[in-house]
Write a protein that binds this ligand. Structure first.
Ligand code: ADP
Ligand code: TRP
Length: 323
């Protein structure tokens, strides 16, 4: 897999949490060493929910800071704001013309949002076309995403194949890299951690408020002295992700032996969380204090991204008869 071009995007739609970190951010950042990575903040996509302008700007900055604090290396990875490469909109229009309406009508994410009462604006409907343009604009080979994005990647492949059938082998047909195996990270209540379920632990929480969240995690009512099943416990599920293998084993034995209350496991998890993110938390504070540095990183990323975007778009324009 060495040397592939990897691309992924994340919407700036709320505070990033441990589910995002272990499910997406950490695996994406691990790919930086051996691949040419393009990661971007999908702020055009976030507009489909019509956030307040100040909020959209703030969340975009927050995601940038979070990724940099977590270890995104801008000297290797091209990191940018989607809207700084407006070429994506032109490609989106062009490929929209080979996209059957039925393909978009079948998208679960669109149907789910309508079912939840969101008004169907055109942006929401054509969301997968813009996502396809994001991917195809950079001749991306691999697109690491969560399971929820699988259908959008199938749409992307379908669009690329249709385009190539019509105009010749112009677009690279990408391979999905679905994180099926990555456990769904549980939230405070044991169901999938998600900002929509109000059960998140933020990556960079600090102090009393976040400690209380850990202490409020839902567990079963096995009495303190009884043995407990670690594999059924969401506290243990998170501990496994954060602690070292030896510590995980030790904790597993303490569950099985009985005599340990859940409060103890929660405190141990909280301590590990504090320690695990300590350095990143400090780095984050430094970045927040230097917004111009973050801005420089994003601008430089956009310049690098735009060169590739321009070349693809020129190739596409020539192929379809626009140039
Ligand atoms: P949310 O569910 O909080 O709205 P998003 O849908 O914005 O999160 O997810 C952004 C990325 O993080 C996606 O790639 C998604 O697969 C991943 N992700 C989100 N929540 C979890 C979780 N609980 N476990 C594993 N991965 C997750
Ligand atoms: N739709 C993705 C999500 O909500 C974000 C995204 C936009 C994306 N464009 C992309 C992901 C291109 C991968 C590739 O998570």
């Amino acid at each position: 897999m060495a040397g592939k071009r990897v691309l992924s995007g994340v919407q700036p739609s709320g505070t990033l949490h441990l589910g995002n970190y272990f499910g997406m951010i950490r695996p994406a950042l691990q790919m930086q060493q051996e691949n040419e990575c393009f990661y971007f903040i999908a702020n055009y996509h976030a507009m489909t929910q019509l956030p307040e302008p100040a909020l959209l700007r703030q969340r975009t900055f927050d995601v940038a800071v979070d990724f940099l604090a977590c270890g995104l290396d801008p000297s290797k990875t091209v990191f940018f704001r989607q809207s700084d490469v407006p070429e994506v909109q032109e490609l989106s229009w062009i490929i929209g013309c080979v996209t059957p309406v039925g393909l978009l009508e079948r998208c679960h994410s669109y149907k789910d949002k309508l079912a939840h009462g969101q008004e169907a604006n055109h942006g929401l409907f054509s969301y997968p076309v813009l996502m396809a343009a994001d991917i195809l604009l950079y001749d991306s080979h691999l697109v690491p995403v969560g399971k929820d994005q699988k259908q959008h990647l199938e749409v992307t492949r379908d669009i690329a194949i249709r385009f190539n059938n019509q105009y010749g082998e112009i677009l690279v047909v990408p391979e999905p890299m679905i994180q099926e195996e990555t456990a769904i990270i549980p939230g405070l209540d044991g169901q999938k951690m998600s900002k929509s379920y109000n059960n998140i632990i933020e990556i960079f929480g600090e102090g009393k408020a976040v400690r209380q969240k850990f202490m409020r995690m839902v567990t079963d009512s096995t009495p303190m002295e009884d043995p407990k099943d670690p594999e059924k416990c969401n506290v243990f599920a998170l501990y496994k992700l954060i602690a070292a293998p030896g510590e995980v084993e030790e904790m597993r034995q303490r569950y099985l032996a009985g005599g340990m209350g859940y409060g103890h496991a929660k405190q141990a998890l909280y301590d590990k969380y504090t320690e695990h993110f300590a350095e990143m938390r400090e780095r984050r504070k430094e970045l927040v204090a230097k917004p111009e540095l973050v801005e420089d990183v994003l601008r430089d990323g956009a310049n690098r991204a735009r060169k590739i975007a321009r070349a693809t778009l020129d190739r596409v324009r020539a192929a379809v008869g626009l140039a």
